[in-house]
Design a protein around this ligand. Structure first.
Ligand SMILES: [Zn+2]
Length: 570
């Protein structure tokens, strides 16, 4: 291990051509050198580990090479090049402003600038994390930056461009370095793996690239770490070591959500928690999973799915089984869980509730027309897989038929409807088909009879749910009076003031959905009515109310108030 050199250093590019993922910047720099139009001050902005310092060094090396090629590549043989390659060039001066940010540090640097280089034509001064310089250090530097000697080139690098003062910005040619794309990172890791003779799995490299968030340096350091304690880098070793939740879990739980199998969903979640993952991490991961399914639905957006090939297949298959409207709502539900998570008193319950909501979402979504499912026209492998999966689902449903609630069957009926071919593939009894047809007709709008007792029961259930969600105000408002069942499935809620009306309006959609699903009736409509209470009935609320009520009971109070000139405290 003694001679171990980290890959980021060992495979650090030494020419512009080798720089990963910054082609527009390297092209501009190359052209500037070629046309002899090189600026004297540069500002390299961008996230960490994307090649800012590397490009600065290559620039220094290239312009100092004594036998530069026509393609603007350094020769790697001359005195200047070899000293660069052995990292002891005299032409390059680096200052890390994060730790040397005082006026004195800058003065030292400015003093050096006057001297012409001994070898080569240029001295390059790289000031890393330049935003960390103190204001006075900045000022001490400004003069030199304005009128640099012709042999000096300044390259200022920063991760925080917005912290650079305008006087500096206006004096530099600015290059914005982008995060490096997943594919570029993966390809570079493959290159390093080949050089080092390390066996790797593509999916594993994709996870590393994802985790490194566009920073090649981070990706390489994760790569080194994983390579050092196993003989190959496998998908399994990556998720185990990086504490990443296996994609499999997200696929499994999504399948169960689509099947509305609440118990299975909760069991999978429990398993995840038992494996030491936290709920917040999980719900955000699930949201990303839905996002990935969403982009997989359309060929145009498929490029946004940054996964390894074998995973891509899985995403495509599952994306064809989920509807766009479901995914959008699911993302929304996950997002509100994310927002509430930190303040929630019972975080596990919050996630469980979210999962249950997601399950019921499939239910209500499947009620709507499903012609949005767009399957590829030709018989592709994917389509076969989708069909097989639907068939599998169908078989399962048939087996569980007597246990299952109606909505699930309707869900399937819709799938069959949307994908009429599937119906032929499935051998089900005539009786079954008849039943489905009957159901398909009623799928449009549910219209179950409403019973007062049922309504009251569901109403209480909903109130409990709201309390659990921490919506105490809303729950109390609903709890104040029993709902009145009017004709035409209208449900009237008596309230006592305008603010309660607002509270109900805000949650109305959710309340409708709950009642409609529970009571199997899509015509249910909530109306509110402000109940005018007589003065006697009105509960004294403000101090003035309280005083007036007390004064009515005891007239002496009024006298006392007037004699002493008292007023109530608001
Ligand atoms: Zn050279």
């Amino acid at each position: 291990m003694g001679n171990f050199i980290v890959s980021a250093r060992k495979y650090r590019p030494t020419t512009f051509l080798e720089v990963v993922g910054q082609s527009s910047i390297t092209a501009t720099l190359t052209n500037a050198i070629l046309d002899n139009h090189l600026a004297q001050s540069f500002l390299f902005c961008g996230p960490r580990g994307v090649g800012k310092t590397t490009c600065a060094r290559i620039l220094a090396k290239t312009i100092n090479c004594q036998n530069i090629s026509k393609k603007v590549e350094p020769c790697d043989k001359c005195e200047s090049c070899t000293s660069f390659n052995e990292s002891h060039s005299f032409n390059i001066h680096e200052l890390d402003a994060a730790s040397n940010n005082s006026v004195d540090d800058i003065r030292n640097l400015v003093d050096q600038v006057r001297f012409a280089p001994q070898v080569g034509d240029y001295n390059i001064y790289i000031i890393d994390e330049v935003h960390m310089l103190s204001a006075s250090a900045f000022n001490a530097f400004l003069k030199t930056l304005e009128e640099p000697p012709s042999h000096a080139i300044f390259i200022l690098a920063t991760t925080e461009k917005h912290k650079i003062i305008p006087t500096i910005l206006s004096r530099c040619q600015i290059f914005d370095f982008m995060r490096i794309g997943m594919d570029d990172i993966v390809n570079h890791l493959v290159f390093v793996a080949e050089k080092e003779g390390i066996k790797v799995e593509q999916d594993a490299l994709h996870i590393i690239a994802q985790k490194s968030d566009g920073s090649l340096r981070d990706a390489l350091s994760i790569f080194d770490r994983l390579a050092s304690f196993s003989d190959g880098i496998t998908y399994k070793s990556v998720i185990d070591n990086l504490n990443i939740l296996d994609h499999d879990y997200y696929f499994k739980i999504t399948t169960s959500i689509l099947q509305q199998d609440i118990s299975k969903v909760l069991l999978i979640f429990n398993e995840i928690i038992n494996n030491g993952f936290d709920g917040h991490h999980f719900i955000n991961g699930l949201a990303s999973h839905f996002r990935d399914l969403l982009v997989s639905q359309d060929k145009e957006t498929l490029v946004l799915l940054e996964k390894g090939e074998s995973l891509k297949e899985q995403y495509l298959t599952q994306s064809q089984m989920s509807q766009q409207s479901f995914l959008l709502k699911a993302l929304d539900i996950c997002n509100s869980c994310d927002v509430q998570y930190k303040t929630s008193k019972n975080q596990l319950l919050l996630v469980e509730l979210t999962l249950m909501k997601l399950c019921s979402l499939t239910h209500s979504e499947s009620k709507k027309k499903t012609n949005s499912i767009n399957l590829p026209k030709q018989e592709t492998k994917q389509e076969k897989e989708v069909e097989n999966s639907i068939m599998e689902l169908k078989k399962e449903e048939v087996n569980r038929k007597n246990v299952v609630e109606k909505p699930i069957e309707k869900n399937n009926a819709d799938n069959v409807n949307a994908k009429n071919k599937t119906a032929q593939l499935i051998s089900i009894s005539d009786l079954e088909e008849e039943e489905q047809e009957k159901e398909e007709k009623t799928t449009e709008k549910r219209n179950e009879e409403l019973k007062k007792e049922d309504l009251q029961e569901v109403w209480k259930e909903y109130i409990v749910l709201q309390k659990e969600k921490g919506k105490a105000n809303f729950a109390t408002t609903l709890d104040m009076n029993e709902p009145n069942l009017l004709s035409d499935f209208k449900i009237e809620v008596l309230i006592s003031n305008k603010s309660q009306e607002v509270v109900i309006e805000k949650e109305k959609i959710d309340l409708h959905e709950f009642l409609r699903n529970k009571l199997q009736n899509d015509f249910i409509e909530i109306t509110t009515k402000i109940q005018e209470k007589t003065a006697e009935e009105r509960v004294p609320y403000t101090n003035k109310d309280k005083y007036e009520q007390m004064a009515k009971e005891n007239t002496n109070l009024k006298n006392l108030k007037e004699k002493l000139g008292l007023d109530f405290d608001f």
